[in-house]
Write a protein that binds this ligand. Structure first.
Ligand code: ATP
Ligand code: MG
Length: 390
């Protein structure tokens, strides 16, 4: 196989000290994502990660698509490899980029020499290959400032490569490099985006979903599993912890003031999420809350829900407008699933007049009537774990 994928490492290049572990994690993540597409060799050299197909059965197109969603990659391109020889480079460029050379009006050649023993300088090589290509495609004009097509030549340790320049990668940091968090995944638009944003910072996720059967349907649960599946190309394999939440909601409705219902329910969500986090040694809880979006997303409400757990609560979309969140949801392909019309547990039990700013002592008084530990314990014991593979 003489076509490979070149990945430019992202921010990890900056982190001199941890570089090794960053690269190891990125390679491991890449290998796992590549598995469905055939046998590939994956290794790094000089801030570039090489993905080399090992036989003709490899699906390079599929592999490239998977690598575009790999966090930790700043840019990527498919490239043709050839012997480290100026005429081999001309032939490779002509063969590999012939259609583009024929279609473009202007071009330039840019060379990089990592192998300093190569007998020409970068400028000499660019001029030579540029001249040869110009002879073969006489309609082309050289434009060094804004060429329609740039032919990149790279002379590396083992081979030379020709490619048409990198596309933007997924950015961020390799998933898993910064630990693990528990993400509260509802069926809405915001929490898949929040999960994606935190995974992008190198954090592996476990999902927690609160399920209120039969107030919410099996379709609603399936929708959440579908959303988790849509996130796996970025996050890798996900465990979804489905928490039976109906008993707690019914107990709250029976014994607590209606206007406090949402906030009390959210405190239970946090307590349970924290129990899950402890069990899997996660260091934080992620939510899709956005300030002011609904009654339960005021500063005071966040204080009241945060008070029941001591892990940090990460709210990556807290300062974003709905439109901005939707833009990301579309980009990561969760939007269409999020807007499917299945109720989540919050809409079923939403109070008519939720309290925006609970008074001091009010929440504690309402909760004093409840056996909190027993309710939490029963919910935790009833958790169903569903593994979602990419
Ligand atoms: P989303 O679009 O993510 O559903 P939302 O705007 O509907 O958010 P809320 O329903 O107030 O907002 O929920 C705020 C956050 O609480 C969600 O983003 C999610 O992280 C969490 N959450 C809400 N309901 C559930 C649920 N049933 N299971 C798990 N997490 C939930
Ligand atoms: Mg919701």
């Amino acid at each position: 196989m003489n076509e490979i994928i070149l990945l430019k490492l992202g921010e990890i290049v900056l982190k001199g000290l941890n570089r090794r572990s960053f690269e190891d994690r990125l390679i491991a993540n890449a290998q796992r994502r590549l598995r469905p597409f055939g046998a590939f060799r994956v290794y790094t050299r000089q801030s570039t990660l090489y993905v080399e197909p090992q036989d003709a059965a490899c699906d390079l197109e599929g592999a490239y698509g998977a690598m575009k969603k790999l966090f930790g990659v700043a840019g990527l391109s498919r490239a043709r490899s050839c012997p480290k020889d100026k005429d081999a480079l001309v032939a490779a460029a002509q063969d590999y980029l012939g259609d583009r050379l024929a279609a473009a009006k202007t071009f330039k050649v840019e060379s990089k020499r990592a192998d300093k023993s190569f007998p020409m300088t970068s400028i000499q090589l660019s001029q030579y290959v540029g001249g040869e290509l110009h002879d073969r495609y006489p309609h082309l004009k050289v434009d060094v400032r804004r060429p329609e097509l740039t032919v990149y030549l790279e002379i590396r340790d083992y081979a030379a490569y020709v490619h048409p320049g990198p596309e933007a990668g997924a950015g961020g940091l390799p998933v898993g490099i910064n630990g693990r968090a528990v993400s509260l995944l509802s069926g809405g638009i915001d929490s898949p985006v929040a999960s994606w944003m935190i995974a992008k910072r190198g954090i592996a996720l476990d999902m927690v979903h609160f399920f209120s059967y039969p107030y919410t349907s099996l379709e609603a649960k399936q929708k959440v599993l579908d959303l988790a599946k849509l996130l796996t190309p970025w996050c890798g394999r996900l465990m979804v912890h489905v928490v039976p939440f109906t008993a707690i909601q019914e107990e709250l409705r029976r014994s607590c003031p209606e206007e406090l219902f949402t906030i009390l329910m959210r405190r239970f969500m946090m307590r349970i999420a924290q129990r899950v986090a402890r069990r899997i040694q996660a260091g934080a809880i992620v939510t899709g809350e956005s300030l002011g979006q609904v009654a339960s997303q005021t500063m005071e409400a966040m204080k009241a829900t945060g008070a029941v757990c001591d892990l940090p609560i990460l709210r990556p979309v807290v300062g974003m407008d709905k439109e901005e969140i939707v833009t990301i949801a579309r980009k990561i392909n969760t939007f269409e699933t999020s807007i499917l019309p299945y109720e989540d547990c919050c809409t079923v039990f939403t109070p008519r007049h939720p309290r925006l700013r609970p008074l001091p002592g009010e929440i504690e008084a309402a909760e004093a009537k409840l056996d909190i530990d027993a309710l939490v314990q029963a919910a935790v014991e009833g958790i169903e774990r569903v593994r979602v593979d990419p």
